[in-house]
Design a protein. Structure first.
Length: 457
């Protein structure tokens, strides 16, 4: 593709804005905005929301508001009107983050943006405070180079990581608020650094808390063990029933043989990305892409039972676990939840009393990749990533808001891009973002907005 002076000016503007972007990301990362108010007080999230609101006002957004969503968190909204008759594009990111987990495993403080080995480290740097900065960079570049050719709605969610559905319920109650012609969800990532990728499918998710009771209280294992039913043992039997011998997820009645057509994930690359230990086998069957993008996957997130240190020789009367089930595109998350509950009850041994409580749920998502917006994005990525063609990939994670937006605005075109490529190690200690990815994806988004406006003219 021959050089285009207008494209080059966009790229040069964003390159010049990168030092400011780093400063802003550092300021945003410093807020401990974990939307789990049992671990982190709400006062840690509110300043982050205010930072985003102030940034939108500085960029000329009107109607900037902190939306009090039903789950007790705040989402930040703003409107930037465009030329008369121009299409409206909704830009999404979230400012809440995962907990830092084991802070001792971080090489640098998790809430302090630190540059190392050409990357910027800090919780939320990629997922998804970096997405907020990406949107701002794209808009600033357009403002300095002829103006923003579309009307822009901006929404920054405050509880995406918790899956508590606050913004989804708020949007359903105010359907006119986020109505748009195209939606760019900045919460995904390239398949590899430097390989431009749009995420075309998302697995859904359901989460259950399972509690098992067998006795009125703990018993001496020497006096009663061997006949008294062990609640922890019963729970382990149930959890084991959720996997086949090869590790494939097995929930009675839930299909687990779907296949992925498209970009494939080489096994050696996956082992490296997942940091699988030498000699440890991968689980499941089919291609890696089948397993992580097209099939269900159960994960035991936690178990409440006595720790090894301080444990007594007792038969446990009660135990509980938190289980996540990723639901593939084409399946219904509500139906998957029913099947998971029925499976747990059917496989509970010894007549143990079992209770399940649903903690969260989100539907899977599949985009229409044949829309004009996808062509506009493809053309933009070809410029921002010279010599590369846009790829389509799935994502094993869930973004429940996608389905809400798809249901509310069935004619809107939804695209998922972002900064969470494998090296970013999102949700893990030492999360980081590639500044090159931030720069190139900001160029991509700016050019996409120009291309999309032209396609609708």
């Amino acid at each position: 593709m021959s050089p285009n002076p207008a494209h080059e000016r966009i790229a040069e503007t964003i390159a010049a804005l990168m030092p400011k972007a780093k400063q802003e990301l550092a300021a945003l990362v410093a807020y401990r905005s974990v939307a789990d108010f049992e671990q982190f007080p709400k006062s840690e999230s509110e300043p982050a929301a205010n930072w985003v609101a102030d940034a939108l006002r500085t960029e000329g957004f009107t109607d900037v508001a902190l939306l009090d969503t039903p789950d007790g968190t705040q989402s930040v909204y703003g409107l930037l009107p465009g030329p008369e008759g121009a299409p409206t594009v909704l830009l999404y990111a979230h400012y809440d983050v995962q907990p830092p987990l084991d802070e001792q495993a971080w090489l640098t403080p998790p809430f302090e943006l630190t540059e190392r080995d050409g990357r910027w480290f800090g919780r939320g740097s990629a997922d998804c405070k970096g997405g907020v900065i990406m949107h701002l960079l794209a808009l600033r570049a357009l403002k300095e180079n002829g103006g923003i050719p579309v009307s822009v709605k901006f929404i920054a969610e405050g509880s995406e990581e918790q899956g508590t559905g606050g913004l989804e319920r708020y949007a359903e109650a105010h359907p006119e608020l986020l109505a748009s012609d195209a939606i760019v969800i900045g919460d995904s990532g390239n398949f590899r650094v430097g390989l431009p990728t749009v995420t075309s499918t998302l697995r859904g998710m359901t989460m259950l808390r399972v509690e098992m009771d067998t006795l009125q209280g703990n018993l001496h294992s020497g006096q009663f063990g061997g006949a008294a039913p062990d609640a922890l043992g019963a729970l382990i039997r149930v959890l084991d029933s959720l996997r086949a011998e090869d590790g494939s997820t097995t929930v009675d009645g839930l299909a687990g043989d779907q296949t992925w057509e498209g970009l494939q994930y080489p096994e050696d690359a996956f082992r490296g990305d997942a940091k699988v230990l030498d000699g440890v086998e991968l689980i499941g069957s089919g291609t890696i892409a089948d397993r992580i993008w097209a099939r269900p996957a159960v994960t035991v997130l936690g178990i409440d039972c006595p720790p090894v240190v301080g444990a007594t020789p007792s038969v446990q009367s009660s135990a509980r676990a938190l289980i996540s089930l990723r639901v593939p595109p084409g399946a219904d998350a509500a139906e998957a939840t029913k099947l998971l509950r029925a499976h747990i009850e059917a496989h509970t041994p010894w007549g143990a009393q079992v209770r399940t409580e649903q903690i969260g749920q989100g539907q899977p998502f599949r985009a229409d990749v044949n829309s004009p917006a996808y062509q506009a994005m493809s053309d933009a990525m070809a410029v921002a990533y010279p010599g590369q063609e846009m790829q389509y990939a799935g994502q094993g994670g869930s973004i429940p808001l996608c389905n809400t937006l798809d249901a509310l605005y069935p004619d809107a075109e939804i695209l998922l891009i972002g900064l969470s490529e494998p090296e970013a190690q999102i949700h893990a200690p030492n999360e980081s973002v590639s500044p090159d990815e931030l720069r190139q994806l900001s160029i991509t988004e700016a050019l996409f907005l120009q291309n999309y406006a032209a396609s609708k003219a």
